[in-house]
Design a protein around this ligand. Structure first.
Ligand SMILES: [Zn+2]
Length: 295
């Protein structure tokens, strides 16, 4: 998949691999060659050193949910509201994102079961314009959260994003407020939200919903921050400490609640949801049809 071809790691850039692309991949953590199929079977975690490779949104849902899921709003796509051009037209970027991922934007929202607990889940797709949040991502998340409120279900959002999508300008920044407001309604409804932060979670996504979880759980060694380290160093004119903006550093400094190995993520989330009162079966009937849904 796209992001395996050019991982942005020092080892990979220093010594480009000469094996055919897609079959084997060199682990940036321990430099071992890993067979791609084995890697897929181990949730894209290196069996030797525990390095967490990036996952697609579909792989993420597969890893968290018991079985098939019901996808929501799959047809929503950006209208390119600003007619934006940078080095190439935004429309072309949307098209190549769609070709690379099979998705219409950078997130899948769905309802499924995490260890039998019916849950509304969002999984961001880094392969679609760096997992950036534009109007579609914000809208899909807001609708997913509203669906969770209607059906009295918990919400889990897995972030993997470079932040707000600059090709949609202010409209993409407005999504931060929109999703945060929806989460405030979820909170008032007394329903849990677990935020899972994966490598990377930055910019407007960190600055809004990714840090608003009742629990904020990160994968090991994930880059999590708002601005990049270079910008911060230039602003405060100080050298940043080792491991700055990585999960473990943030946990130590109280910004996260847990750092959890991906292979333990599903049972951990299920345990947390149960602790916060989520029911195993969810409501039997669909709450969709107007009138009184006696709870
Ligand atoms: Zn490794």
């Amino acid at each position: 998949m796209v992001w395996f071809k050019k991982p942005r790691t020092p080892i990979e850039t220093a010594q480009p691999s000469r094996v055919p692309e897609g079959l084997w991949i060199k682990c940036p953590g321990c430099a071992k060659l890993l067979y791609n199929k084995d890697l897929a079977a181990s949730l894209r975690v290196c069996a030797a050193c525990g390095h967490h490779f990036r996952m697609s949104a579909v792989e993420r849902l597969r890893s968290l949910l018991d079985g098939p899921w019901e996808e929501h709003d799959a047809g929503l796509s950006s209208t390119d509201p600003l007619g934006f051009h940078d080095t190439k037209p935004y429309r072309d970027r949307l098209r190549s994102g769609e070709l690379a991922t099979g998705l219409k934007d950078a997130i899948i929202t769905a309802t499924g079961r995490i260890d039998r607990i019916e849950t509304v889940v969002g999984a961001m797709e880094y392969g679609f314009i760096g997992g950036s949040m534009g109007v579609v991502v914000g809208e899909k998340l807001a609708r997913a959260i509203e669906r969770a409120i209607e059906r009295r279900l918990p919400v889990v959002i897995v972030s993997c994003s470079g932040g707000a999508r600059m090709m949609e300008g202010t409209l993409s920044l407005m999504q931060m407020a929109k999703v945060s407001a929806a989460l405030a309604r979820l909170d008032r409804a007394g329903l849990p939200f677990v935020s899972v932060l994966t490598d990377p979670t930055t910019g407007g996504v960190t600055a809004s919903f990714a840090m608003l979880g009742d629990l904020n759980i990160a994968e090991p060694r994930a880059l999590i921050g708002f601005a990049g380290p270079r910008v911060i160093e230039q602003t405060i004119r100080q050298k940043l400490p080792e491991g700055f903006q990585r999960s473990e550093f943030l946990l130590e400094h109280g910004m996260l609640d847990l750092v959890v190995d991906r292979r333990q993520l599903k049972p951990t989330i299920a345990w947390c949801l149960r602790f916060m009162g989520a029911r195993e079966d969810g409501p039997g009937a669909d709450a969709g049809d107007g009138a009184a849904d006696a709870d």
